[in-house]
Design a protein around this ligand. Sequence first.
Ligand code: 3HC
Ligand code: NAI
Length: 705
Amino acid sequence: MGAATPDSVVTTARVGSILAVTVNNPPVNALGVAVRQGLAAAMAAAQADSGVAGVLLVGAGKAFIAGADIREFGKPTMPPSLPEVCRSIEDCTKPVVAVLHGAALGGGLEVALSAHYRLALPAAKLGLPEVTLGLLPGSGGTQRAPRLMGVKAATELMLSGQHLSAKAALAAGLVDQLAEGDDARAVGLDYLSGLLARNAPVRRTRDIAIADPAAALAELAALKADTAKKIRGLFSPLKIIECVQAAVQLPFDEGMARERALFLECLDSPQRAGLIHAFFAEREVVKVPEAQAAAPRAFARIGIVGGGTMGAGIAVSALDAGYPVTMVERDAESIARGRANVEKVYTGLVAKGRMAEEAKAAVMARYTGSTSYDDLANVDLVIEAVFEDLEVKKAVFKELDRVCKPGAVLATNTSYLDIDAIAAATRRPQDVIGLHFFSPANIMKLLEIVVPAKVSADVVATAFELAKKLKKVPVRAGVCDGFIGNRILAVYRDAANHVLEDGASPYEIDAAVREFGYPMGPFQVSDLAGGDIGWATRKRKAATRDPKARYVEIADRIAERGWYGQKTGRGWYLYPEGARMGQQDPEVLAIVDAERARKGITPRTFSHEEIMRRYMAAMVNEGAKVLEEGIALRPLDIDVTFLSGYGFPRYRGGPMQWADMQGLDKVLADIEAFAKEDAQFWQPAALLKKLVAEGRNFASLNQRG
Ligand code: 3HC
Ligand code: NAI
């Protein structure tokens, strides 16, 4: 495939007195330099040619234009800039019509807002999602959208990054008319011919006055106060509001200049790099060897064993995606509870007015509860979610092997157990795989697809297909204790416990982690999940724990008191009367002090910065070990795991991207310094040392091979 040239990605054709301009830059007509040059040349030609009376802008293929070419950000900008291209469209003295189909997003919508008339086909999606990439609409979107749709609606659109349907865009004033049919070019030619026939004028968005500026500024002030509370360190939302303030207060050209300056600030921000890494990582993560080598098996009916927290959540996820679900439980009482667990999710939606009673009945009609494994004879894919006990799971898989039809995919939702051993309980290990959902399974996006030694490639491909159908973010993981996520989590939780025992309070640690951008700190998470769960795991693992490894008992002292967190009214925090926000508990601090004293530890102070250096160094070091053992295919798989399943701040791109942005030499130096206190815990990963020695970063391992 040759390099894109302006005349290959933007083609023009004369249809009577209309110049039809088509952007043809697959897959999504992104506005790379060649497209910008092509559009600028087409507009110049239209302006210069007295035979041209009007211009039609359309996109070829599945989209109008999905925005700037994200791959160009961070590289030197090549002229013409997109604001210049938009200006040449708006300046045109002949009517310019844009017909939108598929995605008209970001810079793509900004091109359309610069046109004089806009049509949308019914399936078009319009939006200014730059905020999701750490940016703001930088080609006049912040100046033109408020003029067309009002200050409040435009600002909310830009702050949310949401896509509007064509119908909603019409109602909001972003487009002039919806068009029937699916041929954007034909629809546009027809419409523009009509405009020309009646000598319709050129209408420039920039000439629209913003109604009631004082009221608009008051709305912006309210949005700013609300946004500041929600953004957890995100940079671009407040800049968006500043741009819109400029749109209200300044003449158009000055507003544009302000937008440009703030756009460049966002472009330079590390948050932009982190968010764009996340965007591409989420698209790369599905590209795994097995899914590329084999076609998925067909599946239409899903079975679930176990109707507890996870089984019910997985059932809801499958029902939501339209599948019939058969759930098997141990006995009549348990299956009644399993069904109730599923039904209560929909009852909640009905109560909130988000689902109609009939829709609930229709979904529940696809659900079958049973106490007999024989009812799984017809399912194509079954997911086991029974107690986390190897012997129980092996017994379940023996039963599945007995009843399931040949070729059915047999999956386990185990969090930690050896899936090779579970597979070995069947006569068909090639069909056995791990599907590790996160709680609540109908809401959390992450799905670790755990690949045991004997599974066949088409089963792995089927798991990725299932993830797509259930709208999950799949990450391929190898078999080990905890797979990618929980294995790494265990290590940085230990690092947090060490810091706790050495002098920081749980509240300081949580505050440091929140300041870093997490929604909650680790002790808040423990209170939410239930301290009994971690305690049970620690007791189970006590026998195999390395006696030389540092073990902090503070969490056990809390759990022994029955202080499991929110559900018991107290844990690390106090929750008076079922409050969800915890209050600091002096008794917890006294327990922490007593434990330190028992171990002869004199507490010292930790800055939030030091807390995070330790927390992150532990995360990155274990991440590097997970990589060198092949548990994760690429650093980006670890990043996506933490972004989708563990609340890692998206604008930091994930732990491995964060490490690259710090400099791996700095992270390694920290680990080596901490190792002087505890060489057993802080053993630098060989891969990390190798990358530092070679002057490379984790991103170099993300390159497609
Ligand atoms: N630039 C470069 N590549 C892009 C792109 C873009 N704007 N948008 C999508 N792609 C690539 C994807 O990386 C993917 O590549 P791959 O096949 O090699 O993995 C391919 O196009 C297809 O994308 P999806 O897999 O996401 O396809 P979908 O059909 O699921 O979704 C979409 C299509 C809704 C357009 C989605 O890709 C999307 O949301 N894209 C980003 C839109 C966006 O954020 N635009 C704003 C850009 S910033 C901007 O315009 C700044 C301006 O204000 C100055
Ligand atoms: P749970 O205790 O809420 O539910 C387990 C269910 O399995 C119970 O309803 C029980 O009656 C049923 N069950 C037990 N033996 C059975 C058998 N032989 N046949 C049929 N049903 C049987 O447990 P939970 O939390 O749903 O966990 C289930 C699995 O999911 C475990 O492997 C766990 O490690 C894993 N997991 C749990 C997560 C969580 O946050 N709770 C997150 C991810 C995975």
